[in-house]
Design a protein around this ligand. Structure first.
Ligand code: S3P
Length: 430
């Protein structure tokens, strides 16, 4: 039975919250902590289903990981060559990051492994990592000529490479960097726009040798990674739902503490500020090589804008909730250069267009984005998440300001990245 939630607008949003740990950084803390020597203690780890898929994968390869209360993990690193052959298929669940990064890592091991996942993940494109990894000598087989999982990987000695990626994807870049740790020479990845750089930051923090330059990164093989204390900041992609909820609600003011504001992720703040959103970044600091701040957000009159180019990869997971902000803004918002949205957990362009239309929004799909005419009053209706956590939470934000009751079907998926979303939303309703 899938879960259903009903959301009504009634209260002012006020208060102070902390959102759960960053999903991308949590994945990397397990992966890189396992490959380091010595112990890593991770604080603020996201206890979501996606990250548990990564945690279970590394346990199945013999890594000792203690999951302590309050989001603390203790990882006993095995070193670069200490992983063991898993005894079964590795289940990546719904997590594209787990599958793509591990494809890179497993390509360079001296054992055989198979990666699979849920019905959504098994439809997502994997050639984007399988292709360039094959260019390094990797031996990977998958359905549809290596495009779809399950993926079977026979680890072998890899060659260093220089790969120019046609898409700005941190998953592609990180998969190649992980493979590059095991290659016979350096590995260079070039990308058309800078994608999130958590791998670069954390690998360097743990002692990897890598050089960053305009348009790419070069990583040297066989580094001595040393386990460390890792602090995971709050996930800006989770904070985004609260930012938009407050901006479009009357008389709202919320402080979100301890949010990661890495410039490769903070496109959402730039977009919302350009729309006229009142968001202040307070108490800026750095935690384990990642910039962090507290975000103070207040109700605002938003206006439509044009969104495209460099900001797209910097806000790639936030377009569902940006489309909600646009529906409540005055004027037209045009989103371009965002074709990648079509291959996320679901086709996020098609999903937001179909669901926001049910609420009465004026929204149209383009191949690479959406056009939203803001200002229509949204009405109550029954909508569906398409099994995608970010669609479910974006619809909940829209529902807060709809006239009438909105019922959202299939909301259990929020557990992939934000298990206590509904409780946290309830907690700021005054
Ligand atoms: C992620 C990278 C992004 C993002 C995903 C997480 C990561 O995907 O959409 O949610 O942790 O590296 P792409 O690499 O496909 O752009």
């Amino acid at each position: 039975m899938t879960e259903t939630r009903t959301v009504t607008a009634e209260n002012r949003l006020r208060g102070e919250i902390v959102v759960p740990g960053d999903k991308s950084i949590s994945h990397r803390s397990i992966m890189f902590g396992s490959l380091a020597t010595g112990e890593s203690v991770v604080h603020g780890f996201l206890q979501g289903e996606d990250n548990h898929a990564t945690l279970n994968a590394f346990r199945s390869m013999g890594v000792q990981i203690e999951n302590l209360p309050d989001g603390v993990l203790r990882i006993v690193g095995k070193g670069l060559h200490g992983l063991q052959e898993p005894g079964d298929v590795i289940d990546c669940g719904n997590s594209g990051t787990t599958m793509r990064l591990m494809t890179g890592l497993l390509s360079g091991q001296n054992f055989f492994s198979v990666l699979s996942g849920d019905q959504y993940l098994r439809k997502r494109p994997m050639k984007r990592v399988v292709g360039p990894l094959a260019g390094m000598g990797a031996d990977i087989w998958g359905r549809d000529g290596g495009e779809k999982a399950p993926l079977a990987i026979r680890g072998c000695q890899l060659r260093g490479t220089a790969y120019s990626s046609p898409i700005a994807s941190a998953q592609v870049k990180s998969a190649l960097m992980l493979a590059g740790l095991y290659a016979d020479a350096s590995t260079t990845v070039l990308e058309p726009h800078l994608s999130r750089d958590h791998s670069e930051r954390m690998l360097r923090y743990l002692g990897a040798e890598l050089e960053r330059f305009e348009g790419g990164v070069t990583i040297q093989p066989e580094p001595n990674l040393a386990g460390k204390e890792i602090h995971v900041p709050g996930d800006i992609s989770s904070a985004a739902f609260f930012l938009v909820a407050c901006l479009i609600s009357p008389d709202a003011e919320v402080l979100i503490r301890n949010v990661g504001v890495n410039p490769t992720r903070s496109g959402i703040v730039d977009v919302l500020q350009e729309m006229g959103g009142d968001i202040e970044l307070l108490n800026r600091r750095e935690l384990s090589g990642e910039p962090v701040a507290d975000l103070l957000v207040r109700s605002s009159r938003l206006r439509g804008i044009e969104i495209g180019g460099d900001v797209v990869p910097r806000a790639i997971d936030e377009f569902p909730v940006i489309s909600v902000a646009a529906a409540f803004a005055e004027g037209t918002t045009t989103i371009r250069d965002a074709e990648e949205l079509r291959v996320k957990e679901t086709d996020r362009i098609a999903a937001m267009v179909s669901e926001l239309r049910k609420l009465g929004a004026a929204i149209e799909a383009r191949q690479d984005g959406m056009v939203i005419e803001g200002g229509e009053t949204l009405q109550g209706a029954v909508v569906n998440s398409h099994g995608d956590h970010r669609i479910a939470m974006s619809l909940a934000v829209a529902a807060l300001n709809a006239q009438g009751e909105v019922t959202i079907e299939d909301t259990g998926c929020t557990a992939t990245s934000f298990p206590d979303f509904w409780e946290l939303l309830q907690s700021i309703k005054e």
